[in-house]
Design a protein around this ligand. Sequence first.
Ligand SMILES: Nc1ncnc2c1ncn2[C@@H]1O[C@H](COP(=O)(O)OP(=O)(O)O)[C@@H](O)[C@H]1O
Ligand SMILES: [Mg+2]
Length: 475
Amino acid sequence: MTKVTELAFALYGRRAGTIVRDRSRIGLSYDTSYLTSADPTPLSLSMPLSTDAYPTRSVEAFLKGLLPDHEEVRARWSRRFGVRPGDTLGLIAAIGADTAGAAVFAAPDELDDLLSRPGAVEPLTEADIASRLRQLRQDDGAWHDEHDEHWSLAGGQGKFTLVRRTDGGWALPSGSIASTHIVKPGISRIRSQALAEHVSMRALALLGLDVATTEHVLFDDQPAIVVTRYDRRPNRAGTVVRIHQEDMVQAFAMDPSRKYEADRGPGVGAIVNRLRAAADDDSAVRFTDATIAGYLLGAPDGHAKNYSMLLLGRAARLAPLYDVSTGLVPSATGRLRYGSAAMSIGGERAFGEVEAKHWVRFAKVVGQPADAILQRVRSLAESVPDAFRDAIRELPRSEDATFLSAVVLPSIAALDAQTVTGLTSSRRTGGRVVVPFVRTLEATPVTGTEADPDDGIEPDDETDAWDGGAVTSHR
Ligand SMILES: Nc1ncnc2c1ncn2[C@@H]1O[C@H](COP(=O)(O)OP(=O)(O)O)[C@@H](O)[C@H]1O
Ligand SMILES: [Mg+2]
């Protein structure tokens, strides 16, 4: 097995520094020529531009943060690339040609060549993509197929990356070529999940939030959500440029296993403070809005790896929102398994239980006037169900679309109506909620439900982790 001890990295196409392993220590240094160049960008806000040494913990946390959260995928990649399990540097060397953000990693004597070589794209037919989706549906650890793939992204859901060519066709990039889209078949144990994710994100866009562009596409008979990468931009020469980003777990130099607040990950307060200090007020306000809107959609997975910052020179700002999906999708037996948000809102996470006093505390945490937050909650609660419905109406008719409008939308509307009610009254008696709101939602089945009892969804005692990538259950 090869053991990588040194890697070089580039940012925005410029050679920027090296990472060296010396026994258990991993050090990172920026090149002097990079530090003195015009407007250099740091790899991570946890490793600001300087000649200082960074703790191994920061370097390793950042690099690990580029890898899948899905343990089985990391294990497979280790075998495929001949890397010892747990060897982060070795894996980054293998997949470092295309990761989240603008960083490109390669062996020190190969980096310049990788950056200057044109790279290649291999055109794919619709049938090729459909077969890839079929493969992922059968085996959600099959992120790479036999092709010569060298990319990585975080997350627990099955996915792959593609390039959209100027003629609208799809292709598989290699070498220095940046992928432009992320394709996910959706979480198979949650009915219509890819469509629910698209509709959730599209609803946020209709509400005016800054969110990644998505499409729901049928490749032959295989549905998928196709996400446009905001960390890729075509330049005037027609090539695609990488824009740098890091997620809110990397920004805190935390191990990705801490992405959930319940696992000692960053919560609303820590993120808002970080955005105010490192980015700008607008980013903090947009994050606050995203937290409220995510709650009102019944989105359970808004952890700190599902928020990122874009980094360019000294500037930072909250990236567009991504990976937002309602979890108010009943299982085959009508159970709602995802009953709370990932981050605490003024001390409460359970859907339907966040009341005025929590929003007031939340306002304090995010540094906004209570009145403004209460007003924003009310106004979003009144518009989220319409936006969700409008996003469904944009779609061609399908069983999945009908399921979303007949079954999921009423639950979102009920949560939002409850949230408005909670602004002026309490569901607590002696400080305690007797029957959780989501349980009452389950007890009032939606009429005209299209839920198919034989939809192949697993029994209810399965793990409640959203993407199967997290080991612990939080809900
Ligand atoms: N639109 C996007 N543009 C750029 N990067 C993205 C975009 N969407 C997701 N990412 C990056 O890809 C990672 C995985 O995507 P995500 O949709 O969160 O997958 P999962 O559902 O498996 O968590 C994210 O953590 C983020 O770093
Ligand atoms: Mg994610």
